[in-house]
Design a protein around this ligand. Structure first.
Ligand code: GLN
Length: 303
């Protein structure tokens, strides 16, 4: 497979869609990002990386980090996390509150904000410093120190964070948050603020294509746990558009409102695409189109 020429073809094909959609407006620091950016990278299981466009440009990873905190919480603490968070698609926006009350403070899945807050809370209890643990893991997996916290984004999210605060307090009222809510929110906002390039994100996510093995060949997750995370990405990773994403792309994927999406071809490679214009569900318009082109051109999907 000549990944480089596939990427160049994809960039050409999706060019008309780059700039469509709008950057996330509810986080002021993200609203000003140029929607005309586009980058895409592929890392194969041996660690070779290919890229096109803005593939080396750091961007705000946002909810893509939810995959990595889930992996770390499972690696440190095992299966009891699943007593506090479900594994079903929510069918609702990523920051919705509605299901939490009638489902007794147990979020539907780890990739909506409520679920991710529970996962970060668990990682905080297990490690004492969830956001630092996450940053160190990302740096180790991509083999450099470029992943970093973006103070402006973290402060902007915190200042505009009433909804996430509401989610956390509401779950705390059901006993589903162990740490003080302000401490948890701090870790969550720092986690979302991490900036990385497509190249580094594709490298860092390789444990999902390598059935749980880290970059140094040590084991992070069992083969079965890696399968489980990929499955939850497929069914819940793009929120209330997960059905459409599975239909068009046919790969486990996780998006973020910074405009990035990470996708996994188990056993083969990981992909990361970035373009800041979002659709109504908060997924990158050109990013979904590019992944759709990838699986169509290569036939590499899980189906
Ligand atoms: N930091 C964002 C939030 O909490 C993450 C959401 C996302 O990327 N979908 O609202």
């Amino acid at each position: 497979m000549n990944y480089q020429s596939v990427l160049e073809r994809i960039a050409e094909d999706v060019a008309p869609q780059v700039g469509h959609g709008t950057p996330a407006e509810y986080i002021p620091a993200l609203a000003s990002v140029d929607p005309h950016r586009f980058g895409m990278a592929i890392a194969d299981v041996d660690g070779n990386v290919y890229g096109v466009g803005d593939w080396r440009q750091p961007f705000s990873t946002q909810s893509i980090t939810k995959v990595f905190t889930l992996a770390l919480a499972l690696a440190h603490g095992g299966d009891d996390l699943w007593e506090r968070v479900g594994r079903e698609p929510s069918g609702n926006p990523f920051n919705s509150l509605v299901q939490l009350e009638y489902e007794s403070g147990i979020p539907r899945n780890p990739f909506i904000n409520a679920g991710a807050l529970v996962v970060t809370d668990r990682l905080l209890t297990l490690t004492g410093d969830a956001s630092r643990e996450l940053l160190e893991f990302l740096r180790q997996e991509c083999g450099n120190d470029r992943p970093s916290f973006d103070t402006e984004v973290a402060e902007s999210e915190s200042a505009a964070g009433s909804r996430n605060a509401a989610l956390a307090h509401f779950m705390a009222s059901y006993g589903n948050i162990a740490n003080p809510v302000p401490t948890l929110l701090d870790h969550y906002f720092w986690q979302c603020s991490i900036e990385m390039s497509c190249a580094d994100l594709a490298l860092a996510a390789r444990f999902l294509a390598r059935h749980g093995l880290r970059a140094d060949d040590s084991r992070l997750l069992s083969r079965s746990e890696a399968k489980q995370i990929n499955a939850v990405m497929l069914t819940c990773g793009t929120y209330d558009a997960a059905g459409e994403f599975a239909y068009r792309v046919g790969l486990p994927g996780k998006s973020g409102v910074g405009g990035g999406i990470v996708a996994v071809v188990p056993g083969r490679c990981t992909l990361c695409v970035w373009s800041p214009g979002l659709d109504e569900q908060g997924n990158s318009v050109a990013g979904v189109a590019a992944l759709d082109r990838f699986t169509t051109l290569t036939g590499l999907s899980v189906f």
